[in-house]
Unconditional design. Structure first.
Length: 262
């Protein structure tokens, strides 16, 4: 699964990197410890609507579609859900079944998005150093081998809150990260990893005219495995209340800085 990731690029950089036409909502700000249910920036392609809060079934056509940078909550809430709390259990969608399961199928056909990232965290288990026979969880940061940014394939949904006060925006925008079988360094740490989209896949993935699930499956099947590198990091990343660029530092460098008081 992908349960934590880092995303530190500014809106200005994301607009440039993803050829964004419109920025919707205030900047979220950088985070080196993005956790489920938190607000994240995502790139979507939609037709502009009079009600920018959302609405409708998202069946946007190619004419007039604009690429938007939007804020969504991590943890997908299907449009038919009775309670938004279900989103905390739907932070990931398996690529093998994403075009088949009712919770994701409609979004796979009509509401696909890009999630900018610097990399993501996974934990492995190893014997505790005290010889107690217990196991400890050790965090690792996985990132592009060339240290460049990553782009995760995502799906988003719009859920209407029936209890929203009149005159307020009733639409909750939520997102999930698609995961696949891990390869390379990722597979050594954990058996699942996010689907990482190369730049030449961004347009096809966002294309609002692509609504045939068989064709969506073809795009997913064609995505090559990413070339990732990994390093062990400090355990502080385990708390979603902790943030900062120190969380992605290799453990030896982090310990050296801590020894120097910096």
């Amino acid at each position: 699964m992908c349960g934590r990731y880092a995303s530190s690029r500014s809106d200005a950089q994301l607009v440039e990197d993803y050829a964004v036409d419109v920025v919707v909502g205030p900047e979220v700000g950088p985070s080196w410890n993005v956790a489920p249910t938190q607000q994240v920036r995502a790139v979507v392609e939609r037709e502009p609507r009079d009600d920018e809060g959302g609405g409708g079934d998202g069946a946007d056509g190619p004419e007039g579609a604009q690429r938007q940078l939007r804020t969504l909550r991590w943890g997908l809430v299907p449009s038919w859900a009775k309670d938004p709390g279900v989103g905390s259990r739907m932070i990931n969608a398996r690529v093998e079944t994403v075009t088949e399961k009712p919770a994701y199928r409609r979004a796979a056909a009509r509401r696909r998005c890009l999630l900018p990232a610097d990399g993501y965290f996974e934990w492995d288990r190893r014997p505790a150093p005290d010889g107690s026979g217990k196991e400890i969880k050790v965090p690792h940061f996985l990132h592009a081998a060339d240290s460049g940014p990553l782009t995760f394939a995502g799906l988003y949904e719009l859920w209407r809150d029936p209890s929203a006060p009149e005159g307020t925006d009733p639409w909750l925008w939520t997102v999930t990260v698609i995961t696949t079988q891990a390869h390379d360094e990722a597979g050594r740490i954990h058996d699942r990893s996010p689907v990482v989209l190369p730049a030449d896949f961004h347009g096809d993935w966002l294309d609002p005219s692509l609504t045939d699930l068989d064709l969506v499956r073809q795009v997913l099947d064609a995505v090559p495995p990413p070339v990732l590198a990994t390093h062990e990091v400090g355990r502080a990343v385990g708390s979603p209340r902790v943030n900062g660029p120190q969380l992605v530092l290799p453990l030896p460098e982090l310990e050296r800085r801590e020894e120097l008081g910096g």
